[in-house]
Design a protein around this ligand. Structure first.
Ligand code: ADP
Ligand code: MG
Length: 357
């Protein structure tokens, strides 16, 4: 069975309840930002190429309230964090907002440090349904949710969504020390329900690509539960492997055209070629990912399957007829030596503020 993904309103209720328990008062600001899955265009974003991600129904929710102090207190809880983690740090004097321990707080601190206005003390609770370290970009979801939260708290909103995404990326580069591309923050900020986002990383232009024709088809994410290591040295070395990148760019544009034309067989072929190139030319696949992809491809009704995200573990995405979802899950459960989890990815909306009701 694919995992049941809690709805936005369920995640919100949970976060509001935890806030009330932790701080003994009601939150008056509530925001979320989604994780993402990349349909095609892998390792192209930091090479000034094209990517085609969509926002996921799995989100990072932040609720909170100003506290009248110079410090903030943030509690994070997530399916992937078994114990609640709590941090407190100075925010009013931004020269004191610097990276440190615990590491997860650096994603939050970076967004505060680079926010274009002063931030007063606040209390907040973070609840996330985005699996962490699986290539579905819980890191960008955390950054973009943090930025959106501070926008709501201060009333200072970014006029150009590109700037918002770029500041979140800067937080990940400089505070978390991860040399990520720009795709994750862009889609988490700009995602639209029912659409994928074609992003040209050369000039940061974006085109919303409607996905409403795919009613009889589904995107099945399979998490290998073998965590990826984004800051590993292998990833850095492969930043020079351009031949993959040139062909991957052509595939991404061809897949966008095929989605628009309703040529889903072509989309699937391009996804397969993308994986094969990531495995053979860019060398970022793993035995686990290859097993998941090969098993899915053998099932009738599967149009294409590839690793998604940076590689070295993490997830695969399979484009298939809806009727075939259970067959693929069964085939993987029978042949995969690890324990996989499964999510149906529907193209969802980007970050926004919600009512606290
Ligand atoms: P991915 O972005 O693919 O999930 P990363 O390694 O880039 O993987 O980011 C995962 C890291 O982001 C976690 O190890 C943690 O430090 C941080 N993180 C993400 N979401 C949360 C959260 N809700 N609470 C605390 N830390 C989080
Ligand atoms: Mg990440």
């Amino acid at each position: 069975m694919a995992e049941i993904i809690p709805t936005i309103s369920q995640v919100k209720s949970e976060a509001l309840e935890i806030f009330q328990k932790e701080f003994g008062k009601d939150a008056d600001v509530c925001v979320f930002a989604p994780g993402r899955v990349n349909l095609i265009g892998e390792h192209t974003d930091y090479n000034e190429g094209f990517v085609l991600p969509m926002a996921l129904p799995m989100v990072t929710m932040i609720v909170g309230k100003l506290n009248g102090k110079s410090t903030c207190t943030i509690v994070s809880t997530s399916k992937s964090i078994t114990t609640i983690s709590k941090i407190e740090f100075e925010v009013s004097d931004r020269s004191k907002v610097v990276p440190g321990e615990p590491k997860w707080a650096n994603y939050v601190k970076g967004c505060i440090a680079f926010f274009p206005a002063d931030v007063s003390g606040f209390d907040a609770v973070i609840v996330s349904t985005v699996p962490m370290g699986s290539g579905l970009s819980s890191s960008a979801a955390l950054e973009v949710a943090t930025y959106t939260f501070i926008e709501a708290l201060t009333g200072v909103e970014c006029k150009d969504l590109r700037d918002k995404a770029l500041i979140c990326q800067k937080a990940e580069h400089q505070f978390a020390n991860v040399p990520c591309g720009i795709m994750d923050q862009f889609i988490s900020v700009m995602g639209q329900q029912g659409h994928a986002l074609l992003l040209d990383c050369r000039d940061l232009s974006v085109t919303q690509i409607p996905m409403d024709g795919i009613d009889n088809y589904a995107f099945l994410i399979t998490n290998s539960n073998a965590p990826h290591k984004l800051s590993s040295s292998a990833f850095q070395e492969r930043r020079d492997a351009f031949s993959h990148v040139i062909n991957e760019n052509s595939r991404t544009l061809a897949a966008t055209a095929a989605f628009k034309a309703g040529d889903y067989v072509k989309v699937g072929e391009l996804m397969n070629e993308s994986h094969d190139s990531l495995r053979d030319n860019y060398e970022v696949s793993s035995n686990e990912l290859d097993t998941l992809v090969n098993t899915a491809r053998k099932v009738a009704g599967v149009l294409g399957s590839r690793l998604t995200g940076a590689g070295f573990g993490g997830c695969t995405i399979t484009f298939l007829k809806k009727d075939s979802v259970d067959l693929v899950i069964k085939a993987i459960n029978e042949s995969y030596s690890g324990t996989a989890s499964f999510y149906i990815a529907t193209p969802s909306e980007g970050a926004r503020k919600l009512d606290c009701k």
